[in-house]
Design a protein around this ligand. Structure first.
Ligand code: SAM
Length: 339
């Protein structure tokens, strides 16, 4: 497979029109979730029949082809990835792919306590757990389920199992959980967690609702420093993602800010997404996608699937262009794309 960049052929690499090298695939293993977070799935889209979702065999084949094209890192997401039966065995198979430098998971943590040890034994090292509040009551209000204790237990079990780092992802919503930011950040004093504050994005929700609750990362950082003291910048490492990283003096863990809206990081984007329904998406914040599942089920060759990767790559825009003004509305909900 050969593609061209500055008139020079580049073998086995996914380099887009803007010279960004794609080496990271986010794979949604299911569109189902056992939580109903109001910013992610305010009204849960009806899950489609299981036979319309990619099977694990199909996902494995797509990943092997992606690896041939230079994918080095895979993150499983959803819906709730741990909600799909067989996911741990799938992780085990992925971890056996030598060329993959990293296999990781984003989860709501509700099923993690029972699966953390097996995931670690399968070869996974990194895990991101979503947690937006430390209050059991608020958790129930936000997600529709009384599962805060289960999630906290899952976080503790993954730390015990040896995941490093354990990352905690918090979407900050003004008027709902912004007052908890100091307490969440202070977890890094006691535990070696990376707590990352994510800007609220207007996906699948009314842009006005998202805009009313939006707090830009830098404002949040300065508010946090006023309460908890100075944050010291941490040097970036390759493949460490878009978070701007900091730590408190003497902390065991780190704080990160992910500013998808106020300071987008599109120029360094190295990702593509594969939805559970089998569509390749060049960008989280674009509705453009390439149908892979139909070709797979028609018996396409590896070369034909490679061509679909290139087709999706060609659709990758220079930047996402999503704002709170509502000029561009993303109707697809996060739970269906895989955040
Ligand atoms: N169920 C898993 C979980 O809860 O982590 C994986 C899927 S979830 C869609 C992935 C991530 O997307 C979560 O960290 C969630 O907080 C984030 N997310 C969902 N909707 C969002 C929004 N409107 N703005 C910012 N992040 C969002």
């Amino acid at each position: 497979m050969t593609i061209f960049n500055e008139n020079k052929p580049i073998e086995n690499q996914l380099v887009d029109l803007f010279k960004r090298k794609v080496e990271y695939l986010r794979l949604s293993v299911t569109d189902r979730c056992n939580l109903n977070c109001r910013y992610c799935a305010p009204s849960m889209p009806k899950p489609i029949q299981i036979d319309k979702l990619l099977t694990f065999e199909e996902m494995y084949r797509v990943i092997k082809i992606g690896v041939k094209l230079g994918i080095q890192k895979v993150r499983l997401t959803g819906g709730e990835p741990l909600f799909r039966n067989g996911v741990v065995d799938f992780v085990e198979k992925l971890c056996e792919i030598e060329e993959l430098k990293e296999v990781s998971l984003t989860t709501n943590g509700t099923l993690l306590a029972e699966k953390a040890l097996r995931l670690k034994a399968a070869g996974m090292n990194r895990i991101n757990i979503s947690l937006d509040t430390l209050s059991r009551e608020k958790f129930r209000e936000l997600t529709g389920a009384d599962k805060f204790n289960q999630v906290w237990n899952g976080i503790m079990k993954s730390a015990e199992a040896g995941f490093s780092p354990v990352k905690i992802n918090t979407v900050v919503m003004g008027g709902f959980n912004d007052s908890e930011v100091p307490a969440l950040a202070n977890l890094t004093l006691k535990y070696p967690f990376h707590v990352r504050f994510i800007e609220y994005m207007p996906i699948g929700v009314d842009p006005k609702t998202a805009s009313d609750s939006f707090i830009p990362s830098m404002e949040l950082k300065s508010r946090l420093e006023d309460v908890c003291g100075k944050l010291i910048p941490v040097q970036d490492k390759k493949l460490d993602g878009p978070a701007k990283r900091y730590r408190f003096e003497n902390a065991q863990g780190e704080i990160g800010f992910i500013s998808s809206m106020s300071q987008h990081f599109c120029e360094s984007c190295n990702r593509m997404r594969m939805t559970a329904r089998g569509f390749l998406r060049p960008c989280l914040l674009s509705e453009e996608q390439v149908d892979v599942i139909t070709k797979l089920r028609e018996g396409a060759s590896d070369e034909e699937i490679e061509a679909l990767f290139l087709q999706a790559l060609a659709l990758k825009n220079s930047r996402h262009g999503l704002t709170f003004m509502g000029e561009k509305i993303l109707k697809t909900k996060m739970v269906s794309i895989g955040g």
